[in-house]
Every structure is written in structure tokens, then in C-alpha cells.
Design a binder for this molecule. Structure first.
Ligand code: EPU
Length: 421
């Protein structure tokens, strides 16, 4: 096991480059199952979730090469249509192989994901969409067995906007016979990139980036080269790190327009934000942190994946604030850990009522999931004294070389081996 030791209270300075987005890469990779050949993806982060998806695709028969953030997936010789439990239990995004395998091969056997660290996270919308395309679905020994002759186009109206279900429905629809209409589609940048990439493969898609997407199925798709977008959640995490440590930094981030809501909230809290092409300048040096409420929402609303980090920030505000998660009601495992750093937070259902304190104090804390662990690192950077963040394998699922990036920004953070769990 490894942990971070952080000596907090140091100001950050300098410039940091944001890595490629984990969540877009996680759907682009299985999308390559829709064609036969060598797909190349650039700007792919070297993080554990990507390694898990790579292993899953290799199990299915894809040949993979991954070096210097360039990922090659050759899908010419697929040998299996099965996503086994050992991969899916590690990472729920494994469900993304369902749509492409079913559409391309007429069969998919995918383990049901089971629970998640912070709540149920169902996949009913994915399954209902596959049924609408004409697939027969059965559950056997914890596996979804999906079968179909060629899928047919369908009218899919999602009750809830879902990134994953929209991705799976899109990947099924592009090879289905006839027209598909997806209503209340997710419009997160990761979904938009998927749709654009499918179009590049030869899919016929209208309404990309809107809540209504129309797809005309085609008989086959071809491999592509695709550049991944930058990770808006990593970018946001770094900006909040600067705000929490009253620092001035430059965040090299090429998809500036994907984070408008965060800039608004940071400005409201007293941070100065400026832009040039591909760079966000964050200046929180003379900031008295004003309390700012947030409630997470689907894009372009405040991302649930930045809720924990914002909550950590608000613990240092001069006053009271409320942080509500409307996407995942139970995503608050970081609250008891932030309290160990001295935060005053009262959790009422899906709202954290935060009473700002003048300082946090270092302590030993435990990561429970990816974004919760990011919030603890931020807490540690801002806290007085020494913080140890345990179980950082959660963080390694989605943040590429985060301690090296923070060290380059002058933070006192080291990764050490530990027996502690
Ligand atoms: N939902 C259902 N049924 C479904 C699917 C979703 O009820 O079949 C509900 C969820 O419970 C949730 C809402 O719909 O309340 C939205 O969930 P969504 O399906 O959009 O989430 P996801 O696709 O499973 C992706 C990201 C998450 C991110 C969410 C929301 C990936 C691999 N994961 O998950 O990222 O929090 O969208 O933006 O793209 C993370 O990176 O830390 C992370 C958890």
C-alpha cells in the first residue's frame, strides 16, 4: 500500500499541465470494438482505470499498446464477448462494452457491477435501452446475457440524464438498422467527444452536443485516430487547490469552455480568474474566502465529480455554505475524514451544511473513493502541519502523477510505502 504525506500550509506557484480526461477515454476505448482495425487515441491518461479497461479489452481480444499517453487498440481479432466479474467489480465503466459488443457481434455477457463505495448506482437505463433496440436480456449467475440478431433503431427517452446510458445507447445505435432517436441525452463533453468520434468512424449522427440525438444506423464503421480532451475534473481540482492554499498558479488546460460553472463559483468566492488560449490563471493570493453554495447538476451544471473538492474548499470560507449533491445523494464519504482535519460539516440528507473554520489541522485520513481522496489531498495542502492520506489507490484510478504535479507547484507532498490500510 501507499500513502501521501503532506506538510500543508505552503503556497503553490508556477504552472501545471492537465492530463487527458479519464472518463472520455473510458468510453472511446470500448467504442473501438465497433470497428475492425487499429484505433489510435492520444492524450490518454496513464491511470489505473484506463489500465483496467485496457485489460478488459485485451481479454475480449483487442491488441493493445500504450506508451507516452498514446493508446493503440487493434480490434481486428476479437475472440470473446465477455466482461468478467473481476474486471467489472473493479470499475463500473466496464459496462461500456455492452452496447458495442451487442451491436457488432449480437452477443454480450457482462457481469453486473454490484454496489459502489457511495451508493447503488444502477444500470437500469443501459439495460432498458438495449431492450428497446430489440435485444433479449437475461440474468444468469450475476451476468447480463444480451443477445440479438441485428439491433433495430429505437426511440429512447431517458427519464434521467445519464452519461453512461447515453454512451451505451449511442454505441448500439450506430450499427443498428434504421433510425434511433435519443431524447434527454447527456451532453457532458465526454459524451460529445464519443459522438464526434463515432461520426469519424463513419456513423451518421445529428444533434451532437444537444439533448436530442438522431442516429441513422450504418452497416460498418472504420478505425480512427482521435485526440482525447483534457480532464475537466483534474483541471477543476487543481484550481480549487490554488484557491484553498491562497495561491497564484497557471493551469494549462485546453478545453477552457468545459468549466464555466466552476469559474463563476470561484469568482463568487473571491478568486481572480483570467484566461489566455489554453491557460487558466488562478489568483487567490489576497482572497478572503466567501462562502458559496453549490448544488451539483448535469452538464453544464456543477459537476458531482468536483463536489468533494468544493466542499473541502468551503470548510475554510468565512461563513456558512451548503453543498448539495443532486446526482449522487450518498456521495459524502469524505465528510467524516474532512472533520478529522477540523472541518465543521453537518450532513443533512444530500446537503452538507458547512460552517467555515479559520484553519484546518493536519491528521491521518483515509480515502474512500476517487474524488473523496482528492478532497483530502486538498485539505492536507491547506491544513497546518502534517496530513497522511491513506488508501491512495483510489486516487490513482483517475489522477495522473498528481503528486509530481503538486510537487512541481511547490507543494510538500510525498508518496511513501506503508503497511497501514
Ligand atoms: N442512473 C440510473 N440508472 C442508470 C444509470 C444512471 O438511475 O442506469 C442515475 C445515477 O444513479 C445517477 C445519474 O443517473 O444518479 C447519473 O449517472 P450517470 O449514468 O450519468 O453516471 P455514470 O455514467 O455511471 C459518469 C462518470 C462519473 C460521474 C457521472 C456523473 C464515467 C466513467 N463515470 O458515471 O465519474 O460522476 O458520470 O457525471 O464517465 C468519477 O470520475 O469520479 C466518476 C464517478
Amino acid at each position: 500500500m501507499e500513502k501521501f504525506i503532506i506538510h500543508g500550509g505552503k503556497k503553490l506557484s508556477g504552472s501545471v499541465k492537465v492530463s487527458g480526461a479519464k472518463n472520455s477515454a473510458l468510453v472511446l476505448m470500448p467504442a473501438s470494438l465497433l470497428n475492425n482495425g487499429k484505433n489510435t487515441f492520444t492524450n490518454v491518461p496513464e491511470v489505473n482505470d484506463i489500465f483496467t479497461m485496457k485489460k478488459l479489452l485485451a481479454h475480449i481480444g483487442a491488441e493493445t499498446e500504450f506508451e507516452n499517453n498514446n493508446l493503440i487498440l487493434d480490434t481486428s481479432r476479437i475472440t470473446s464477448q465477455e466482461a468478467p466479474y473481476e474486471h467489472v467489480k473493479k470499475m463500473r465503466a466496464s459496462i461500456y462494452v455492452l452496447g458495442p459488443l451487442l451491436a457488432k457481434y449480437g452477443y454480450a455477457k457482462v457481469s453486473l457491477p454490484g454496489g459502489c463505495a457511495w451508493g447503488p448506482r444502477p444500470i437500469n437505463l443501459h439495460l432498458e435501452a438495449m431492450k428497446k433496440f430489440g435485444a433479449q436480456l437475461d440474468l444468469e449467475e450475476g451476468y447480463i446475457i444480451a443477445k440479438s440478431k441485428r439491433l433495430h433503431g429505437a426511440k429512447i427517452i431517458f427519464d434521467i440524464s445519464s452519461v453512461g446510458a447515453t454512451g451505451n445507447a449511442l454505441m448500439a445505435a450506430v450499427l443498428a438498422k434504421g433510425t434511433t432517436l435519443i431524447s434527454n441525452a447527456a451532453i457532458e463533453p465526454e459524451v460529445t467527444l464519443l459522438a464526434e468520434s463515432l461520426k469519424k468512424m463513419g456513423a451518421k449522427i445529428n444533434g451532437i452536443g444537444t439533448k436530442t440525438i438522431e442516429i441513422e444506423g450504418v452497416d460498418e464503421l472504420h478505425p480512427i485516430e482521435c485526440e482525447n480532451i483534457d480532464d475537466r475534473i483534474e483541471a477543476g481540482t487543481l484550481m480549487i487547490a490554488a484557491a484553498m492554499t491562497k495561491s497564484k498558479i497557471e493551469v494549462k488546460y485546453r478545453n477552457i469552455n468545459h468549466l464555466d460553472i466552476l469559474y463563476d463559483k470561484l469568482k463568487e468566492s473571491g478568486v481572480n480568474i483570467a484566461f489566455s488560449e489554453n491557460t487558466v490563471y488562478v489568483d487567490a493570493e489576497s482572497t478572503a474566502v466567501k462562502p458559496v453554495d453549490v448544488a451539483t447538476a448535469v452538464y453544464p451544471g456543477f459537476p458531482t465529480d468536483l463536489q468533494a473538492q468544493w466542499l473541502a474548499y468551503m470548510t475554510l470560507a468565512e461563513g456558512n455554505s451548503q453543498v448539495t449533491d443532486r446526482i449522487y445523494f450518498d456521495r459524502f464519504k469524505h465528510v467524516p475524514e474532512l472533520r478529522r482535519l477540523g472541518a465543521k460539516i453537518n450532513l443533512i440528507e444530500n446537503t452538507a451544511m458547512v460552517q467555515g473554520v479559520s484553519k484546518l489541522k493536519g491528521a491521518k485520513v483515509m480515502s474512500t473513493d476517487l474524488r473523496a481522496s482528492a478532497s483530502l489531498v486538498l485539505g492536507g495542502l491547506a491544513a497546518e502541519g502534517k496530513t497522511e492520506v491513506l488508501r491512495i489507490y483510489h486516487l490513482d484510478r483517475g489522477y495522473e502523477k498528481i503528486e509530481e504535479k503538486l510537487q512541481a507547484l511547490n507543494a510538500d507532498i510525498v508518496r511513501v510505502k506503508t503497511e497501514e490500510y
